[in-house]
Write a protein that binds this ligand. Sequence first.
Ligand code: CLF
Ligand code: SF4
Length: 491
Amino acid sequence: MSAPLIPISGLAVSNRQEMGKNLAKGGCSSSSCGSSAGPADMDPETWAKVKDHPCYSEEAHHYFARMHVAVSPACNIQCNYCNRKYDCANESRPGVVSERLTPEQAARKVLAVAAEVPQLSVLGIAGPGDAAYDWRKTKATFDLVSQRLPDIKLCLSSNGLALPDHIDEIVAMNIDHVTITINAIDPEIGAQIVPWIFYERKRRTGVEAATILRDRQLQALEMLHERGVLVKVNSVLIPGINDDHLIEVNKAVKARGAFLHNIMPLISDPAHGTHFGLTGQRGPTAAELKKVQDACAGGANLMRHCRQCRADAVGLLGEDRGQDFTLDKLPEEIEDAPEAREAYRAWVAEERKDRQAAAGLAEQAAAAAEAPTLFAVCTRGSGRINLHFGKATEFQIYEADADGISFVGHRRADNYCLGGYGDAERMDEIIKVLDDVPYVLCQMIGNGPRKRLADAGIEAIDSLGEEYIETAIASILQSRRAHRDQAAQGA
Ligand code: CLF
Ligand code: SF4
């Protein structure tokens, strides 16, 4: 596949080149947003590990796809937010169930996706149970895939209880990325989240269980860090149980070498049949989540672009092509196309240089922003505004302030356009979701939805389609500033 290189516009090229030379950071100005860091912020070995991983690098998530295969149904603990009928809720959206695969079926599926999706860079195993406890199947799958697709990175997610038993194998198998879910380091709090574990052939409960789980999780984190494996820690934010405590978790995992901390909101619904769902435990609001994330600033670097994907997710984060690759849809003959992935990665390398230079300029332009301003962006990847408003099922939220322009999260909403007509109720929902966002940037928008947004105080801008997001935001800020200056001179 060859993707087109599109020149940036809106900013003078000579200026852009000059700024590019001075560019020192990788697109995120926030000190707490380490996942956005670029090659200048880390040693070359670490950068090589994260540059194509959509979860470990916020920047990479614009370009690269991951896929999950649901091969490991067994689990050794019980989380109060999990119903075993569905997938592991530690790193997948609860309430959905994946097609369970044997390692051979999973390897075939990975081959099929790799042949079709040149953006694919990572294979993850994140359930439906625990990848480290159901180790035989996890290992068999990774072995099969790495023989056929050595360029695909391997990634696994676990509750941590069984992880210390597999460190040598993880290192030997070149698994560079491991996620451990740690919701508490205080066993009194942990016991409110995990009522029992199965450890050394015995079921254990309460504080004893939570203590063993915590010790094994932290041990695994230290062991992996010592061996050069990057560890991301996931924590599920449960209001009233561990919200205040997550700052302590953040400090504890940072001290033991965690590369990233991903604080995810509890998703709780009685229909999921989980203990928390049935007992009325609510999830956090977006504001509560942001408050806890912000309170962790200065500790372990935070991941803010997680989409809580499914245990059988396929595609860029935020898109899910899993249903295109169910077993019944896989072709009989699968021909790998490594040259397409190579060509795509070469294109991304060039695109990155161009985008980073543009982002550097944008940082400068934003530096004069008087007050923090939010922008909702419609994008289908590559860090560009390249999606019609009506097709967006999520908006990427960027914030411009005196420190620069940074990605601060995403907000989901059903797509407004239903093939020829717009859905008024969906528009109400979109307006609600964007209530504090004054600008929507999209590739195109019709007059009707533009007016609905304007009536709600949101300006839709579709004149910057295909621009880099940061560049577009910078040129909007510059143009607003020029208008204000003109008005002031005229007054
Ligand atoms: Fe999958 Fe997890 Fe690996 Fe990513 S997901 S096993 S680290 S390849 Fe990513 Fe999905 Fe969030 Fe997970 S967006 S749920 S953090
Ligand atoms: Fe469920 Fe995952 Fe917890 Fe096991 S570790 S109980 S599969 S959420």
